[in-house]
Design a binder for this molecule. Structure first.
Ligand SMILES: [Zn+2]
Length: 190
């Protein structure tokens, strides 16, 4: 595409903006940094809600607050609940069905996860199985005591939360994640 090449030559910042839009439309935010590093791209940090197609509502920033409250400010996989003073740290609201793939900003499409488990969930190493139990992919390998405690030992444990009266992750979003994101087969529990 000679026009695109000429436009990029005139305006080099166009590349970063194009990458930004592609990332926002196709991948969850927790994977953006890894993808950019993999292709050697530096990205400005601002998200581009304004550039998303007008058919989608802007991302609901209230979702984070609702999901963290629903799960009482602890990771649904490991129970991590760190704070600095009164402010939670290292806790994030994860979309089960990715926002980029029409996942709604609804409580039953959200999970409160610590940063590590959010990353592993979006990479398809962790998932949610029947009975809201944690799936751990056979592809994850970590032989240290820390890797075992933080990842492999989670297999088949029940999800923590949400609190009473709040709907858990909907079966339709759970099965989307299992079929589209989860990698390989889940580890069986001895
Ligand atoms: Zn966690």
């Amino acid at each position: 595409m000679p026009e695109l090449r000429a436009a990029l030559h005139r305006e080099p910042s166009l590349l970063g903006r194009m990458a930004r839009v592609l990332l926002d439309l196709h991948f969850p935010p927790s994977l953006h940094q890894d993808l950019c590093e993999a292709v050697g791209l530096e990205l400005e940090l601002a998200e581009t809600d304004a550039l998303a197609p007008s058919t989608r509502q802007p991302r609901d920033r209230r979702m984070r607050e609702l999901v963290l409250t629903a799960y009482e400010y602890q990771c649904a996989f490991c129970g991590y609940d760190g704070m600095i003073g009164a402010v939670p740290v290292g806790l994030e609201a994860a979309h089960v069905r990715w926002w980029a793939f029409d996942g709604p900003d609804d409580i039953d499409n959200g999970l409160c996860l610590c940063s590590l488990h959010h990353k592993l969930f979006d990479k398809g190493i962790l998932g949610i199985g029947d009975g809201h139990r944690i799936l751990v992919s056979q592809r994850f390998v970590g032989r240290s005591a820390a890797a075992r405690a933080h990842v492999t030992a989670l297999a088949d444990r029940p999800i923590l939360g949400p609190q009473n009266g709040i709907p858990p992750v909907a079966a339709t979003h759970r099965s989307w994640h299992t079929s589209q994101v989860f990698q390989g087969s889940p580890r069986s529990v001895a």
